[in-house]
Design a protein. Sequence first.
Length: 384
Amino acid sequence: MEKCLDSVKNQILQDIEIICVDDGSTDGSLEIINRYARQDSRFKVIHKENGGLVSARKAGIALASGQYVGYVDSDDWIEPKMYQVLYRTAVENHADLVSSGYFFEGNYITEHYDGVGEGLYDESRMDYLRENAIYDSAAEDVGLRGSLCCKLFRTELFRTVQQEISEKLSFSEDKVCVLSYVLQCSRVYVLKQAFYHYIAHPSSMVHAADTNYLASVNEIYQSFVKLYEHPAFTRSMRVQAELYITEQLYKGINSRLGFVNSSLFWLDPYYLGDIPQGARIALYGGGDLGCAYRRQLMGRKDLELAGCVDPAYESMRYSDFTVYSPEKLRQWEYDLVLITVKNPEKAAAIKKELVEAGVSEKKIRWYEQKEIFWKYAKVNGWFA
């Protein structure tokens, strides 16, 4: 938490108020933020009974007095110039919202940006942004990233929007909030720069079985249904909202509900037709995706697996196979190295490392894995 608080405290833009909401913590967080408040008058502390993320954000926005407001989660941190850049961009463009990218730090670091193009959206361009706020259908990717934490909102308008967000939402509350706000605001600036560091701890990367997951998805759906009545909410937006619900159900089947048949629809097996008969394969990537590739490859009786490697091998423990250090590749005989990560930039970086380590480029394979529901959406004509 201290790294988070220090990163906010040390912003280049110093004329800020820092509102810390302690939502009934029991881990000593309140003592930490009270200490910062004693040392820096910009810190304001709210202590309340645990009510969830939406409740905490409502408490914070109620106290905010600045022209713009942003959010930082306590596990994460931000670069010194973040709010200087976002605030300057908002003021220069008279923007109601400035949206930027973020770094995702898990087993490896990746950069993530909004799918829509950089620049100012106003007047007729706002119609385009709303139409693509959930997904950029042309790119088959998100339109605006759902997270509130890489954005800057006009306080008065955001306060009104935030109060309408259901406190029953247990996830995707950010997505609902951003979509609601975009329906209400008139000027948005999309910035293709990243300042926010989202830290995915090992415990947060493993989803425990949630037998109430379908009820949670229904809460998101009910929030969307209320937005259908807004005059700016078009049929295309409804199609995207319903595709988003489809995505959440798809995630539930693959990893959230605790099904025995997990990851059933996560990995498109189209690539199997490209694997030569009788090949001996080494996998690079031992996470959930690597495990899914392994299961599918083992279904072909003519193939043989040399083994699986991953830089984070020490944290990967499986009952039926072992994940090794990438150094192990030097000792194995194989026909192909299959890179089992979804992110194309990370896959390209891994490929470069393998080539530099002496692996023939002809032996390296990576297959793009778009979410399977996009295929059904396109073939059924959901998007023109």
